[in-house]
Write a protein that binds this ligand. Structure first.
Ligand code: BES
Ligand code: MN
Length: 455
């Protein structure tokens, strides 16, 4: 163990340079134009895994972006950990708000700044390097390691989902280790045992068969933007509860114990509001902020377009308006059922003067993982050791759609050992990752391998 830790510490500066190389690849999964960059990024990972000394490294093509699989299975009889990460990143818009080019990583204020620095390249890279440290210093790992990197996490993981069902034997493991979540607060080692799910929908509202002069026609024909706004306003009530019929029916109630655990975590609404530049927080009545974020479902418009959006003024009665709506779901809500209820509800609210087309983009299931596995204990011990204090257990508001499927099809616990911070601005301009967390992440990963090998 000691030589592994020294090796990691001694090579830290090289790792930063390698991470920069990884971050220079603009692997934006949702953009058709970036297909080749995705392939380039998968090949980058393949190279790094080969250099690390992994015995098998393979790229698997999918109907979408490639998967990278790798293994080192030199310890028959010892546990096997499957380490998952995603190499795809979110788009960079609005680009004007970035202080530096999102794909020219820079180091400032002890942080590395780039799209993907936290989510997820910075976080998944630590595991490659910790495995490499074992193989380069001791010539072996104390357990078996498999890696799986995908390029479609940010767009719903549908091809990985198919792959997983076909390759259960290949991916067979005793635990799934994932660093794609956040610490509860700076310097607070955290194991996340719950994630929200997601349902992503889009509405297209059409009125007349073409754009019209708003003077000649306004007042006689419906305006799809106005009607869309009315529809949206009916999705919430005055207590900020979602009005879709049956929406809360399957929501898992918070236990007293969990409620008390959340209270014990020091969380200040005031500080949170101030940091976000809002005078007051807002959410479902009757719940604390952490309860709302971690255990309650939400519905949010993610983007809305229609009519004239350039600078200047144009008088027009548009033909169409669109909105993208996502819902964060919690155990045991079922996305497909909710998509049906949502569609039915929207249709029932729509006046005859417009037509509405409802479509689903993708969905992911919520997660709640049991806390009593040896893998979770190894994760908690490992991250505690790296940060020098006891880990806390939290849920989180974000989603990683494949986690539940891993647990189900591989029949193994997932350990969410996140290294980011909420304030790292993932999915936003100026995403960054603290070098301190990169460094402690390397150690957490190495300690996990050691801890879990003994179970
Ligand atoms: N790393 C995030 C998930 C996350 C963020 C978990 C913050 C906990 C805290 C992941 O890459 C992500 O962004 N997931 C998407 C999934 C979606 C596109 C299906 C999300 O949550 O929006
Ligand atoms: Mn993300």
């Amino acid at each position: 163990m000691d030589p592994v830790v020294s090796y990691l510490k001694n090579n830290f500066n090289n790792y930063i340079e390698e991470l920069k190389e990884y971050l220079r690849i603009p692997s934006i999964s949702t953009l058709e134009t970036h297909k080749e960059e995705m392939v380039r990024c998968a090949e980058f990972l393949k190279g790094k895994l080969q250099d690390a000394g992994m015995t098998r490294v393979e790229i698997f093509e999918t109907a979408g972006h490639p998967l990278v699989y790798s293994e080192w299975l030199g310890q028959p009889g010892k546990p096997t950990v499957l380490i998952y990460g995603h190499y795809d990143v979110q788009p960079v818009d609005p680009i004007d708000l970035w202080k530096n080019d999102p794909f020219q990583p820079t180091i400032e204020e002890g942080k590395i700044w780039a799209r993907g620095a936290n989510d997820n390249k910075g976080q998944n890279f630590v595991h490659i390097k910790s495995v490499e440290a074992y193989l380069k210093t001791l010539g072996a790992l104390p357990l078996n390691v498999k890696f799986l990197f995908e390029g479609e996490e940010e767009i719903g993981s549908s091809n990985l989902s198919l792959f997983l069902k076909e390759k259960k034997e290949l991916l067979k493991c005793d635990a799934i280790l994932i660093s794609d979540t956040n610490l509860f607060a700076p310097n607070v080692p955290t194991i996340t045992y719950g994630l929200r799910g997601l349902l992503y929908m889009e509405l297209e509202v059409t009125a007349a068969n073409r754009d019209l002069h708003s003077g000649s026609y306004g007042g006689a024909v419906a305006n799809p933007i106005n009607e869309l706004a009315k529809l949206i306003s009916k999705l919430y009530d005055k207590n900020n509860k979602i009005t879709i019929p049956n929406f809360y029916k399957d929501v898992l109630k918070l236990t007293k114990e969990e409620k008390n655990n959340f209270k014990r975590l020091k969380f200040s609404d005031k500080k949170y509001a101030k940091e976000l530049g809002v005078k007051e927080l807002q959410g479902e009545k009757g719940f604390s902020t952490l309860e709302r974020l971690w255990t309650r479902p939400t519905l949010d418009c993610n983007g809305i377009v229609g009519g004239f959006t350039e600078s200047g003024a144009k008088t027009v009665l548009p033909s169409k308006a669109f909105v993208k709506i996502s819902m964060r779901l919690v155990p045991h809500q079922e996305p497909v059922k909710i998509a049906k209820d949502f569609t039915k509800f929207i249709k029932s609210l729509t006046p005859k003067s417009v037509t509405v087309n409802v479509r689903m983009h993708h969905y992911g299931l919520p997660v709640i993982a049991p806390l009593n596995s040896s893998a979770i204990r190894a994760g908690a011990n490992a991250i505690s050791k790296a940060y020098g204090k006891k880990a806390v257990f939290t849920r989180d508001g974000g989603s990683i759609p494949i986690v539940v499927e891993f647990m189900k099809h591989l029949n193994a616990p997932a350990v969410l050992m996140g290294l980011g911070l909420d304030s790292d601005d993932i999915h936003s301009p100026n995403e960054h990752f603290r070098l301190e967390n990169f460094e402690k992440g390397l150690l957490s990963s190495a300690y996990f391998i050691d801890e879990f090998s003994k179970s």
